[in-house]
Design a protein around this ligand. Structure first.
Ligand code: NAD
Length: 443
């Protein structure tokens, strides 16, 4: 009788049992916005978690119980670290000890809007060198359909081990919405797909330990497409309302009034709001992963290209409106002094990666404007020549600026005070709604 089916069935049962009784050692590679909250959630229910984080400062902070991610509660991190449930290292030396390895590394785009999988490849190679029978590898990073099977699997099988027989490979895309107090890692439904039925079975067991609703799909590829579709859906709908905003500007209509009225319809419509453009590491990037993959099939995803084009044009539209506001006051933009209010890519978070505020600032500086910014969550920024430190939001000094441009609508900002003290405001988020201000231009 062949031994292999029995052995692999035993391996599967042993891993599932370790997961069920929480003796499985969980490795989390990449302790950023996705990895650190995930590590803490797993530790809170009793798993021992070993993080691998290449940034030594972050690894040291974790080991000292010092939090650096907004969605993680300081006291929860301190508690799980103090009790020995979470530790972090900068190297891959203990991969073989782990039972489950979850990958949460960045998946950026290169300059040509093509996927840059260097982090996923590098981590997969490290894992492959120490892979042992009975391990589950799960990719959480957002990526194009086919990454697990076409990119990761061949690297992992260089170990000589076979997927489904010796080890398991799954994709479970992270859906975390930073700053969202209602939907967290725990209560957001989690989609899981395996490269085979055993991978799906063990991954479902693993995620079911901490997440209230696990949604299994038939393949890793289906899970990969689910995530990029979700973010494409958002990018396209944001582009649609952004385009409507530009049209309303030409029609001399208030887009916010039109949208508020449209969203009173109780069915067949869903609220999306215009703004200065999209930011963060998801909406501006993920749709282009799908666009790139579709091209391999000689298929053009026209909505994605168009949505990207419209959303990327919004900072220039903001600057055009700023110029109009300044002109109306008889001030040339080249001689103006402007305060950008909010630099994070969305409200109440500290993440300014890909934030449209940066492009707005660059364009204004190019015009010769003197630009400062205030953001209660972002003390300083340094990117592509923009080096700025957040200035205090001093009501007495607000009148010194020719224009205040509200780019991010953080809730902690006192907009009544801004309206009262600023000369003029360009509000890209409708955050001055209801204040009865006469010195506000809406985007
Ligand atoms: N931030 C979000 O809101 C969000 C939401 C859903 C999905 N995602 C996806 O999750 C993935 C991770 O995003 P993030 O925002 O957490 O990124 P992040 O930059 O906050 O964190 C990634 C971490 O991985 C570390 N890292 C990179 N290469 C490494 C390596 N070889 N070994 C060990 N550590 C390494 C980095 O130092 C960093 O700390 C991306 O694919 C992203 O698209 C992000």
């Amino acid at each position: 009788m062949s031994q292999a089916p029995t052995m692999s069935a035993d391996l599967l049962a042993a891993l599932k049992a370790k997961i069920a009784n929480k003796t499985a050692l969980v490795g989390v590679v990449g302790l950023g916005y996705v990895g650190l909250p995930f590590a803490v959630e797993k530790a809170k229910v009793g798993f021992h978690v070993l993080g691998i984080e290449q940034n030594p400062r972050r690894a040291d902070q974790v080991n000292a119980g010092v939090n650096y991610i907004g969605d993680v509660h300081d006291d929860e991190l301190t508690e799980v670290v103090k009790n020995g449930f979470v530790t972090a290292e900068t190297n891959f030396g203990r991969i073989a000890e782990m039972d489950v390895i979850v990958i949460c590394v960045p998946t950026p785009l290169n300059k040509n809007l093509a996927p840059d999988l260097q982090y996923v490849r590098a981590v997969t190679s490290e894992i492959s060198q120490q892979l042992r029978p009975g391990q589950l590898v799960s990719l959480e990073s957002t990526t194009y359909p086919g990454t697990c099977e076409e990119v990761m699997l061949p690297i992992l099988e260089e170990s000589g081990l076979r997927v489904e027989e010796d080890f398991y490979l799954a994709h479970s895309p992270e859906r975390v919405d930073p700053g969202n107090k209602r939907y967290t890692t725990k209560n957001t439904h989690k989609v899981v797909g395996g490269v085979g039925p055993r991978s799906l079975e063990v991954a479902t067991e693993f995620y079911g330990q901490t997440i209230l609703n696990v949604i299994p799909v038939s393949s890793a590829k289906a899970a990969e497409l689910t995530k990029v579709f979700e973010n494409t859906f958002r990018a396209v709908n944001i582009a649609l309302v952004n385009e409507l905003m530009v049209l309303c500007d030409k029609m001399d209509l208030n887009v916010w009034e039109v949208l508020d009225a449209a969203f009173t319809k109780p069915f067949g419509i869903m609220p999306f709001y215009p703004g200065p453009g999209v930011g963060g590491h998801c909406i501006p990037l993920d749709p282009h992963y799908l666009e790139w993959k579709a091209r391999e099939l000689n298929f053009t995803t026209r909505f994605i290209g168009l949505a990207g084009e419209i959303n990327r044009s919004m900072p220039a539209f903001v600057v055009e409106k700023a110029r109009r506001c300044l002109n109306a006051m008889g001030i040339a933009s080249s001689r103006s002094s402007i305060l950008i209010l909010g630099i994070a890519y969305k409200k109440d978070i500290d993440d300014w990666r890909e934030s449209p505020a940066l492009e707005v600032i660059k364009l204004l500086i190019d015009e010769g404007a003197k630009v400062s910014y205030h953001d209660p969550h972002v003390p300083k920024v340094s990117e592509h020549g923009v080096e700025l430190v957040s200035v205090p939001l001093d009501p007495l000094r607000l009148g010194n600026y020719d224009l205040v441009v509200i780019v991010t609508d953080h809730t902690s900002v006192d907009y009544a005070s801004v309206v009262k003290n600023a000369k003029h405001i360009l509000d890209t988020r409708n955050s001055t709604k209801g204040l009865g201000a006469t010195n506000v231009t809406l985007l």
